[in-house]
Design a protein around this ligand. Structure first.
Ligand SMILES: Cc1ncc(COP(=O)(O)O)c(C=O)c1O
Length: 403
């Protein structure tokens, strides 16, 4: 009776990890550290929490799904600054869709992009492999066939765009691309994104840039993004520079505010109008106090710089403790280590037993290839989301177990 597409969704990786280590009690008498999770453990800036408290009289009304003018203005101002955009690229009224966390936006955008058929065949949703689990669920529930693009060290941990078969591109309705990536931390260059957007225009699909980690990077220059690629390419078929593109950003990582559920999508007026239309039927507008605090967080750079520096310090600690492991590399962005350990599940069990550290086996984030091999099997994902002292001590113990 119920929607059978649900059967195609695999268990969330955290449920699989819980089952994997259920029979193990850590041998060490130390507070366990969950480096398997994805939510920053720091607190959002106090000024934002104060704004929420100051808006305590704003919980009665339904907030507008399209967001307050104040929030959209703050978002546009941030985008213009962050990506050095010309002022007329992003229109505050028509091109920004606040979302209650980008997970919501990433999921619902598939409903927008996937039609019954593409060129008479089942539509495809392209995504990197490994991937953020929402891409796959969104694709399946929208009726598309998820096609997983292998990303390994050999491909620079980004999909090889030249390797996507013509037949697949003809059927593609949307393409999820994440930069900086989760879990491998690769950063797509502007040329790479231009090429992906060029394909989107040639084959008429939507390029969905998940730029949720755009503010966490360890390179001298900030990662470039979809908006800059679009600007460089110029208008598409509908005459707008953001044709065939939507980019998602979040406060969950930039401001350590995952609990606020606050992000946005930006795209052409046509795409954003349809996204908002869909959201007005299916999603709640963000509460006014959250919108007010979000506006302040997009407007303030000091805390975002401090957050980035805190992650950089943890990355440095990782390099110090784990740098000698043959499977270690320092990621360019994001908040994860992706370490080749031989067998990810074995390592996860061992780390839990011997060091009370939880990590995710890479295969829980990765679909098997056609030949049955799983490119994530040899890896673990380690989240550096705890404050420095906790990370540093855990990475030290991790080195002893894995070394
Ligand atoms: C790659 C990626 N995209 C999107 C999200 C969703 O972020 P949020 O819904 O908190 O904005 C996450 C969260 O962990 C993520 O890792």
């Amino acid at each position: 009776m119920l929607n059978q597409r649900l059967d195609q969704l695999q268990d969330y990786p955290f449920a699989r990890l819980a089952a994997l280590i259920a029979d193990i009690t850590p041998k060490v008498n130390i507070a366990p550290v969950a480096m398997s999770i994805g939510d920053p453990q720091g607190q959002p800036p106090e000024f934002a929490m104060k704004i929420i408290a100051d808006h305590a009289d704003k919980w009665n009304g339904y907030p507008p799904v399209i967001g307050t003018f104040e929030l959209r203005t703050a978002i546009k101002t941030w985008l213009d600054r962050r990506y050095a955009l010309p002022r007329d690229l992003i229109d505050i009224e028509t091109q920004i869709a606040p979302v209650a966390g980008t997970r919501e936006g990433l999921f619902i955008v598939a409903q927008l992009a996937v039609n019954g058929a593409k060129n008479g065949q089942k539509p495809v949703a392209l995504m990197p492999n490994p991937f953020y689990q929402v891409y796959n669920a969104a694709a399946v529930m929208a009726g598309a066939e998820p096609v997983y693009l292998t990303t390994t060290e050999a491909t620079g941990f980004l999909p090889d765009l030249d390797a996507i078969p013509e037949e697949t591109l003809q059927r593609t309705a949307l393409f999820y691309l994440c930069s900086p990536g989760n879990p491998q931390g690769a950063i797509a260059s502007i040329d790479y994104i231009k090429k992906a957007l060029g394909l989107a225009r040639k084959y008429d699909f939507l390029l969905v840039m998940d730029e949720c980690y755009a503010e966490l990077y360890y390179t001298p220059e900030a990662p470039q993004g979809g908006l800059q690629a679009a600007l460089a390419l110029g208008p598409g078929q509908d005459g707008h520079p953001l044709d065939n593109l939507v980019c998602f950003h979040t406060l969950s990582k930039r401001s350590s505010a995952a609990g606020m559920r606050s992000g946005f999508g930006v795209g052409s007026p046509t795409t954003i109008k349809l996204l908002n239309r869909l959201r007005s039927f299916s999603c709640a507008g963000q509460p006014f106090p959250i919108q007010a605090a979000s506006a302040a967080l997009w407007a303030e750079e000091g805390h975002a710089i401090a957050t980035r520096e805190a992650y950089a310090k943890r990355m440095e600690s990782a390099r110090r403790h784990l740098g000698k492991l043959p499977g270690f590399y320092a990621p360019k962005g994001g908040m994860f280590l992706w370490i080749e350990v031989g067998d990810g599940e074995d390592a996860a069990r061992k780390l839990w037993r011997d060091a009370a550290i939880k990590v995710l086996p890479g295969e829980y984030l990765t679909k098997p290839e056609k030949d049955g091999t799983n490119t994530g099997k040899r890896y673990i994902r380690v989240a550096l989301v705890h404050e420095y002292e906790t990370c540093d001590a855990a990475l030290f113990r991790m080195a002893q177990v894995l070394g």
